[in-house]
Design a protein around this ligand. Structure first.
Ligand code: SF4
Length: 63
């Protein structure tokens, strides 16, 4: 499973980083999120799915 954050959509709500703190990293400059690593570790998959659901901007793509 892979994950990507669309930088155009992300508005820095931080919900993804709360759901999966080991996977999403927030910029210290603008608070926007990026995936630390596109490949999601197996034990993080449920958290990443939760994060994708909770993102108000639908900025998180799982593929
Ligand atoms: S929840 Fe969505 S909008 Fe908020 S920081 Fe994460 S990716 Fe960006």
């Amino acid at each position: 499973m892979k994950v990507r954050v669309d930088p155009e959509r992300c508005q820095g709500h931080t919900l993804c980083a709360m759901a999966a703190p080991d996977v999403f990293e927030l910029s210290e400059i603008d608070g926007h999120s990026t995936a630390v690593n596109e490949d999601v570790p197996a034990d993080q998959e449920d958290r990443v799915r939760e994060a994708a659901k909770s993102c108000p901007e639908q900025a998180i793509t799982i593929f």
